[in-house]
Design a protein around this ligand. Structure first.
Ligand code: NCD
Ligand code: ZN
Length: 352
């Protein structure tokens, strides 16, 4: 056996799917992302959602304020803003978003699919034609939460059904539209992204690489492992690991780190979302190391995302060391706390 790597240095990575929240909560979490990542695609599912360019610019100002308040060094972290697609988003709004230079993508939440998605799209192909047309024309990517919300469809099948019912017809009608299947969780999703023609990518979370659905029920119900799309069975996890660690250019890092107050997770109707920004790169390194593919971590975390978005790779580097990292039991979140994924456990990698 060759000696295992004791450290790994890669170009500074980016997070292509992040929930920063707002106000005091954002101030608590933003330092974690800024410590590890050069840029992040910032999700727009606030209350109310970020549906216009003006709202995105105001939100970006608040992100910078939170960075200053949290003592993040100026210039070290760049928020890439997104718009929340609704049935009423106009082509003109899309043009304005592109021209702002601050909005990098538009997010599709099927109405009712996940946290703060009530204002989401009810019928993508029926209602969003003008917006999709303009996104294709102005080269603004569509980021999809790829799950149908039809209550007749089993929760674990919602991604596969979305691909057939929505994604394939969408891409036939708008062949030049750039699409990211966010937080892909199934072999069906991976297979589709690998073989599809045209401009498509997919983000993969650390939790979907490390855990299958058994984690939700280990010795009792485990609310901190509940996220959407929900964890799937082991065969799907293995397909995700193979895709992420292969170096394939269509797959890139998106944590989907989604902090919720502890009390709203540990609840009779607990909300969806796993908090991983604190230890994101350590979790990803653990997943890549487990299959002996640390050599492809840089492609997945630092190169494939910028290539998809047409942006340069970050200039700095990030070094991971093979040493213990104890995950705290909880972390501050405004006036409450958030429980990071796998709290209390120890990882074998640590960001320097
Ligand atoms: C996200 C959140 O809390 O905002 N939750 C989640 O489980 N991933 C919403 C989302 O991205 O689906
Ligand atoms: Zn998300």
């Amino acid at each position: 056996m060759p000696n295992p790597l004791s450290s790994l240095t890669i170009s500074r990575p980016d997070d292509w799917h992040l929930h920063l929240r707002d106000g005091e909560a954002m101030q608590s979490v933003i330092g974690h992302s800024a410590r590890q990542f050069g840029r992040a695609i910032v999700m727009p599912n606030l209350k109310p959602p970020v549906t216009t360019t003006d709202m995105a610019l105001q939100y970006r100002d608040r992100v910078y304020q939170a960075m200053r308040a949290a003592g993040v060094e100026g210039g070290s972290f760049e928020p890439l803003m997104t718009l929340y697609l609704t049935d009423n988003t106009t082509g003109e709004e899309i043009r304005k978003a592109k021209e702002s230079g601050a909005v990098y993508a538009v997010k599709l939440y099927p109405a009712g699919a996940t946290t703060n998605s009530d204002a989401g799209v009810t019928d993508l192909l029926g209602r969003c034609g003008p917006a999709l047309e303009a996104m294709q024309q102005h080269n603004l990517p569509l980021l999809v939460h790829g799950e149908v919300t039809d209550p007749e469809v089993d929760l674990f099948d919602r991604e596969a059904v979305f691909i057939d019912r929505v994604l394939i017809p969408l891409r036939e009608r708008y062949p030049e539209l750039r699409v990211v299947l966010e937080h892909v969780t199934t072999k069906d999703g991976v297979d589709y992204v690998m073989q599809a023609e045209g401009h498509i990518g997919a983000t993969i979370t650390a939790h979907h690489l490390l855990y299958n659905r058994n984690a939700l029920f280990l010795g009792g119900i485990r609310p901190h492992w509940y996220c959407l799309p929900v964890l799937k069975r082991e065969t799907h996890r293995q397909a995700l690991v193979e895709a992420a660690t292969s170096g394939h250019s269509r797959f890139f890092l998106g944590t989907d780190s989604a902090p919720h107050p502890r009390g709203l997770k540990e609840h009779a109707c607990g909300c969806a979302g796993a908090y991983t920004a604190f230890h994101a790169m350590e979790l990803y390194a653990t997943a890549f190391d487990a299959v002996g593919r640390l050599d492809n971590l840089e492609a997945f975390a630092s190169r494939n995302g910028p290539a998809f978005y047409g942006l340069p790779v970050n200039e700095g580097v990030l070094t991971l060391e093979r040493t213990d990292l104890q995950i705290p039991d909880e972390l501050p979140l405004g006036r409450t706390t958030v429980v990071p994924l796998a709290s209390g456990e120890t990882l074998q990698w640590k960001v320097q």
